[in-house]
Design a protein around this ligand. Structure first.
Ligand code: NAP
Ligand code: MG
Length: 487
């Protein structure tokens, strides 16, 4: 790992491609987008942005490219994805640096966690391409019925800034492997890593128009994709409010399929018999302070069995010192700044309101610029805003329970349903509780574990549809029946 000074030196030499990556090349942008760095808490660059007419051109290029790409065969498509994975690994350091600069992720985590996940995702779907055969249905002898998977067509992906390249890869890799062409609209906070990805896509030699990357503001560039009559599928990760917008765009245009991954308010339940209480507490701290809490799966509601509540909270307070906010370019930093002043103000407003309503600040303090201290709130009621709404910051809401039923009731008292965890040594409790928790993923005696082989996504206000695993292909393919009458 480079030293902080070396990372800073590299940061000063960073150059970004000019323009918009449209139809296989960088073209002059219609609009421009200012780029703020949370590290500097100021403007660091201007990059090109696509306006509505460039979105239109990119969709037409994607449509034109679809005919050949969809018929190129899975082995051909896999070869491009493998090549891209190699280039991402080759450029791991510059990619990690851009992520750290644009959204404040600690450089160590960008390099050791995010970039490897991105490369793995492209490789995993390259390996899967061609391994999801169709069916021959069990019909009457007078017919032959084939059920085949067809690529849906032009896919638009609108993604957030918290894991900018992981979210892009979760959409791009399965959609491309299945034979679709893709338009990516990254978040306005994270356009730099996306531009670098565009350069790598060009270098990997993807045919023109198979991928376009369109930076730009959500209400302009994102909305143009959402409303476009020739986009077949829209896959989105971000806030519930914007997810609703995409459903409206689809309803008002061509009824494109919309897939939503919308964050959560995930409960983390620790029972008194947890096999290793210290590990449970350490993981509970990590589950809310990792990525400064800017995680859709953040374990933001900690539900503690009353007999061990104090012990766990003491341990979390000790652990919290590991997450003292620092310079994201320092390899020792485990928590960087929040992404923006707007985000900082929103998180602070949540905490201030909770305290005004009588919550106790068991841990916390005043933010320093965008550095938000690890915060733990106790003495809460289940109906308070901080317990119910996604905060997207390093803020843990703690509630206690006495019985298994009460734990499940508290855990499920939310419109969200993305993730949940239960810590216990009792196999019966583990199975009963994990079955009753309403969430797309339930972890037992761990948090945030998983790999490409398992589906990821939510229910309720957390959205629907699954990223990762072979099930992601369902979002980007249509089943077609070919019924042949046999004479
Ligand atoms: P967001 O507004 O939902 O942004 C997600 C994506 O949607 C971005 O690319 C954004 O573009 C785009 N977008 C925004 N408004 C749009 C519109 N009217 N039409 C079309 N596209 C639009 O999320 P955010 O502003 O980054 O964060 C706000 C909150 O969302 C957070 O506090 C958090 O609660 C939640 N969030 C959840 C996740 C998750 O992983 N589920 C990730 C990030 C945020 P712009 O960047 O230009 O706005
Ligand atoms: Mg936004």
């Amino acid at each position: 790992m480079l030293t902080r000074d070396r990372w800073i030196e590299r940061a000063s030499g960073v150059r970004h491609p000019a323009g918009v990556f449209l139809g296989g090349e960088f073209v002059q942008a219609e609009e421009s987008l200012p780029v703020f760095s949370p590290r500097a808490n100021g403007l660091v660059a201007e990059v090109g942005a696509a306006g509505a007419s460039q979105v239109d051109r990119a969709v037409l290029a994607a449509r034109a490219a679809f005919e050949r790409w969809s018929r190129s065969g899975p082995k051909v498509r896999a070869a491009y994805l493998f090549r891209l994975a190699e280039l991402i690994e080759r450029d791991a350091e510059p990619l990690a640096l851009l992520i750290s600069l644009e959204m404040g992720k600690p450089i160590r985590e960008a390099l050791d966690i995010e970039i490897p996940a991105v490369a793995r995702t492209f490789r995993w779907y390259a390996e899967l391409a061609g391994k999801e055969p169709g069916e021959v249905a069990d019909t009457d002898p007078s017919a032959l019925a084939l059920v085949t998977r067809r690529p849906a067509g032009v896919v638009a992906a609108v993604t957030p800034w918290n894991f900018p390249l992981t979210m892009a890869a979760w959409k791009l890799a399965p959609a491309l492997a299945a034979g679709n062409t893709v338009l990516l609209k990254p978040a306005e906070q994270s356009p730099l890593s996306a531009l670098r990805l565009a350069s790598l896509i060009a270098e990997a030699g993807f045919p023109d128009g198979v991928v376009s990357i369109l930076n730009g503001p959500g209400p302009v560039t994102g909305a143009a994709l959402g409303r476009h009559p020739r986009v077949d599928v829209l896959t989105f990760t971000g806030s519930t409010a914007v997810g609703r917008e995409f459903l409206r765009y689809a309803a008002d245009s061509n009824l494109k399929r919309v897939w939503l991954e919308l964050g959560g308010k995930s409960p983390n339940l620790i029972f008194a018999d947890a096999p290793d209480l210290a590990a449970a507490a350490d993981t509970a701290a990590w589950a809310i302070f990792f990525n400064a809490g800017q995680m859709c799966t953040a374990g933001s509601r900690l539900l503690l069995h009353r007999p061990i509540a104090e012990e766990v909270l003491t341990r979390i307070a000790e652990r919290a010192t590991d997450y003292t906010p620092g310079d994201p370019l320092d390899p020792a930093t485990r928590m960087g700044p929040l992404v923006s002043a707007k985000q900082r103000d929103a998180v602070l407003a949540h905490v201030d309101q909770a305290v005004a309503e009588g919550a106790e600040l068991a841990l916390g303090g005043t933010p320093d610029g965008l550095h938000f201290p690890p915060t733990v709130l106790t003495g809460l009621r289940p109906d308070q805003r901080i317990v119910r709404e996604e905060v997207f910051g390093p803020v843990l809401s703690v509630l206690t329970f006495d019985t298994e039923d009460q734990a499940v009731e508290l855990a499920n008292d939310t419109g969200y349903g993305l993730a949940a965890a239960v810590w216990t040594a009792d196999l019966g409790v583990a199975h009963r509780v994990s079955r009753r928790l309403r969430a797309g993923t339930v972890w037992v005696n761990c948090y945030e574990e998983g790999d490409e082989s398992v589906p990821f996504g939510g229910i309720g206000l957390s959205g629907h549809g699954r990223d990762k695993s072979r099930h992601a292909l369902d979002k980007f393919t249509d089943l077609t029946t070919t019924w042949i009458s046999l004479p």
